[in-house]
Design a protein around this ligand. Sequence first.
Ligand code: DQA
Length: 142
Amino acid sequence: MKNFLVINGPNLNMLGVRETDTYGSISLDEIQNYTEKKISGLDVKLEWWQSNSETEIIERLHKLTNEKHDALIINPAAFSHTSIAILDALKILKIPVVEVHLTNTHSRESFRHSMLTAQAASIIMGGLGKEAYYFAVLSQLN
Ligand code: DQA
């Protein structure tokens, strides 16, 4: 059984309420339930964790270095575009990192085109909406 940590960054707890024209009306809990249903026949367990705090995300990444996860799936949200500190914390990890974004950030405002944290990712996915986490899981199963 593989064991993946899923980290969601700031404002993703407000999915379903925030900018529904951009992100749709589905909440993070609903995306989580949807993903869990889709992976139910697969040999993988997900731990879901969300924070709005850069510090907490960095500390969760540090803790991950002493844990037995096989991969990290992360949506750093806006911190993707700003946080060298999260990039540095991701670079400490020895497991594969998959960075996901619900939207295609390259088709949005120019400040979303720079993806700092993605430099530490082996895979980056954008624009898949609620399917993002499911495809990120599949990418790490072989
Ligand atoms: C996002 C894209 C980011 O630019 C934005 O700040 C988010 C969500 C996405 O999943 O599409 O909060 O990471």
